[in-house]
Design a binder for this molecule. Structure first.
Ligand code: NAD
Length: 448
């Protein structure tokens, strides 16, 4: 049964062309306008507090019909904002909420690919907070599922910095030849959060936390309130460095920072990867690490080397007055005629050699500039209503990006250079292939 006053999702998609035109009368004389309640999505917010709060405003303009959280106190805060929503502790039950159109995932990183894949199996539109996955295999599963449903479902990964104008300006400079032929690109981030290992057992979980559901597909680790002690929206920094709960800074700031590079280079998947960093800790992802990926040529550039540096390791600066540690998180592109260095909101060009007059480069006319993306979350809402509309960080773009980054962790663990076959998702080392996926707790499957 559909709740009254709500179009079934299939009806919704079927009629979206009419609705997209602004205002329409459909047979039966019902009026559909942009703001008609029947033109609103039925959304579930999974992970209802913390980062979930950043979505309240956008999804609050639709119908938030369900909230899911394993932490009752967090849930209570969200219920104050969405008192009519039905509440769930278990996301698997929430996904079967009647009449759902779309979900927003703001849970722990180790559940993202699971929830996203289950949701797409139910033909739900998905906004997933970054990172989309914590293993190479998870990224591949989610991308494949979405590609099979592309054009019917809208997806977006929460790399909202992408909407900043600097992303477009960097892309234009590269494409227009401001540094000549693009040769290599490197992204870097210096956030450092050091932990020795999983937190020690600290008694039973309080009744208001369903710790078993919080663990979800992750292997068993004892409860410790430390996993829940952070401020809302930054609590991920209490658990995302542990192998079973996240991918460290690769999944955290790495998602945002590699996005700045990825948006400008039109790469897909690498054919080889090498990485090195501090000594391997079986419980905690490395703080200091660097990885390098060889990407094939595409239709506008030659082969490309992409690199990622984290945790205080930095690429060599082209000028001693440029200190990457002071930039913090950013990217550097090297071309045949110069460097472009960028953080999230600004950029600088360093043309080199005798041709440093920039005469080889024609800035683009104002009218030819890439159009602003607009509001990042709303872009996804619009695409849910008209799935032929594109989103900037859909599950193809984002899965490719995170698959590359996660391959860096595979090479780091393997301790050698790996050749990678993007078609099969296998390396040239059976030993290393063990690290493409991970152990899940009994009873949990990504294909549900
Ligand atoms: N895009 C960004 O800029 C940005 C910023 C911060 C966090 N994030 C991402 O958002 C996610 C959440 O981060 P956070 O700091 O809010 O973490 P958090 O630990 O506070 O979790 C958010 C909420 O989800 C709930 N939750 C956790 N696991 C759950 C599960 N299995 N089922 C239902 N509810 C569950 C928690 O109780 C909490 O209320 C992370 O993946 C993080 O990477 C993105």
């Amino acid at each position: 049964m559909e709740p009254t006053g709500h179009l079934s999702r299939r009806g919704f998609i079927g009629r979206s062309a009419l609705v997209g035109a602004g205002l329409s009368i459909v047979p039966g004389g019902v009026l559909f306008g942009k703001n008609a309640s029947s033109n609103k999505l039925h959304i579930a917010l999974i992970g209802a507090w913390g980062r979930g709060r950043a979505h309240f405003d956008t999804i609050g303009r639709e119908n938030v019909v369900a909230l899911c959280d394993v932490h009752d106190k967090n849930m209570a805060e969200a219920v104050k904002v969405f008192p009519k929503a039905k509440t769930y502790r278990d996301w698997r039950e929430c996904l079967d909420h009647p009449g759902l159109d779309a979900i927003v995932i703001c849970t722990t990183d180790h559940t993202h690919a699971f929830i996203a894949n289950w949701a797409m199996n139910r033909d739900l539109h998905v906004y997933c907070e970054k990172p989309l996955a914590i293993t190479v295999n998870e990224a591949r599963v989610v991308r494949e599922k979405w590609l099979a449903k592309k054009g019917k479902l809208a997806t977006q990964v929460g790399m909202q910095r992408h909407a900043g104008p600097n992303f477009n300006r960097v892309r234009e400079l590269i494409r227009d030849g401001a540094i000549g032929e693009l040769q290599s690109a490197v992204a870097f981030g210096n956030r450092q959060i050091r932990r020795d290992g999983y937190l020690p057992a600290a008694g039973k979980p309080p009744s208001y936390i369903d710790y078993d559901l919080w663990l979800g597909p992750a292997p068993e680790h004892p409860f410790n309130p430390g996993y829940f002690k952070g401020t809302p929206g930054a609590n991920c920094l209490e658990w995302n460095m542990f192998w079973d709960f996240g991918a460290g800074q690769i999944g955290d700031m790495g998602s945002h920072t590699m996005d700045l590079l990825w948006n400008a280079v039109d790469a897909t998947l690498p054919t080889s990867v090498t990485a090195k960093g501090e000594a391997y800790n079986p419980e905690v992802t490395p703080v200091k690490c660097q990885s390098h990926f060889e990407h094939p040529a595409n239709d506008w550039r030659g082969p490309l080397r992409v690199s990622w540096y984290q945790g205080g390791l930095m690429p060599r600066s082209p000028k001693n007055f440029i200190d990457f540690n002071r930039i913090g998180h950013g990217a550097m592109f090297k071309g045949s005629k110069g460097f472009l260095i960028s953080d999230f909101s600004s950029r600088m060009l360093i043309p080199f050699g005798d041709t440093a007059d920039l005469s080889y480069y024609q800035p683009r006319r104002k009218e030819d500039m890439l159009p602003p993306l607009g509001h990042f979350q709303k872009q996804w809402i619009e695409a849910c209503k008209e799935p032929s509309k594109a989103t900037a960080c859909d599950f193809e773009y984002s899965a490719n990006m995170i698959e590359q980054m996660l391959l860096g962790l595979v090479a780091y663990r393997a301790g050698r250079e790996l050749k990678y076959d993007p078609l099969t998702g296998r390396t040239d080392s059976p030993e290393a292939d063990r690290f493409l996926t991970k152990e899940y707790r009994k009873g949990w499957t990504i294909e549900g």
